[in-house]
Write a protein that binds this ligand. Sequence first.
Ligand code: GTP
Length: 344
Amino acid sequence: MGLGADVPSGEREEPDVAGIVLVGGLGTRLRPITYSVPKQLIPVAGQPILYHAMDLLPPRVRRIVLACGYKAEAFRAYLAAHPYRRPVTLVPESTPLGTGGGLKNVAAEASDPFFLLNGDVIAGFDLEELWELLQEEGGLGAMSFLEVEDPSPYGVATFDGQGRVQRFVEKPPRESAPSRWINAGASLWRREVLGEIPGGREVSFEKEVLPGLLPRGILGKCYRAWWEDAGTPERLLHAQRLLFDHPRTDRFTPSARLPGARVVPPVAVGRGCAGEGATVGRYVTLGEGVRLGAGSQVEDSVLLDGVTVGEGARIVRSLVGPGYAVPPGAVVEGACLARVDPPG
Ligand code: GTP
């Protein structure tokens, strides 16, 4: 029997499209929090960065594959307790393989074409436009770009007259960056790209693979929209402000209820929090079971599960890791704090 024999005439089966999300990095720039929680599971605007990132994948993506490395078990446990609205498969790697090696490691799960996403990217753009571009123009893939003031911490591209990527340089010095258009961390690829990645070792997709692929035609989609890569404490808090300021009405809406507290929206309050006499907001996420003492204040911050804040303490522009106890009267500003358990 031929494929699709049961499909009534005039109707077509939707093609299988996978979204591959890279979540295996160490997140060193978010230490010490990432010693206990992987970067993509840090909550912002009420849910992990990863869930906001997965929301970016267009509806045609029916299944998601997480290329895991560091703390793969934490992803497994979180997804089991908080199922995402599309099926998610985890594929762990035993040693860190980098962005290219991590992608190669999940090759068996890829569709043709497949979306590829960094798990710490949040944005206000529609990735369906990459799909349309690749269908119309053809080529090996389509990547998203956006313009920033200082491109030096990112991958930077120039384009030819047909909108194809002409040059790509990873993290160039600011003065020699060839443009201000940076890789936004979301792309669409033909499956054959996987054959271009060396197997069995650590590979940087951006540095080792991408430049060699350019002659085969990679389309650049230049977006003008809000965007952030939540890789540092400052950017993570900026990502939270962006997400609060651009709520998705079709998705998860966090609770803002904290009985007895003064709540200045937008805030997201996890289950089992208490904060009688405290002031919370604007732009705050409280994980589960956070306890705020009377007279304490929290603003523009993320407090992870089980944090306690002593009476009269003030926390501004900060990240506080799970179970951390902020002493009464403390002033915490622009900090990234976590309990670091001694080795052994
Ligand atoms: P830093 O250590 O702070 O640079 O963070 P990071 O390790 O997450 O690196 P970076 O932000 O540059 O990584 C971009 C994306 O690729 C993130 O979503 C990472 O989780 C992911 N990534 C980085 N290295 C690996 C890896 O070795 N394996 C896999 N599977 N993913 C990776």
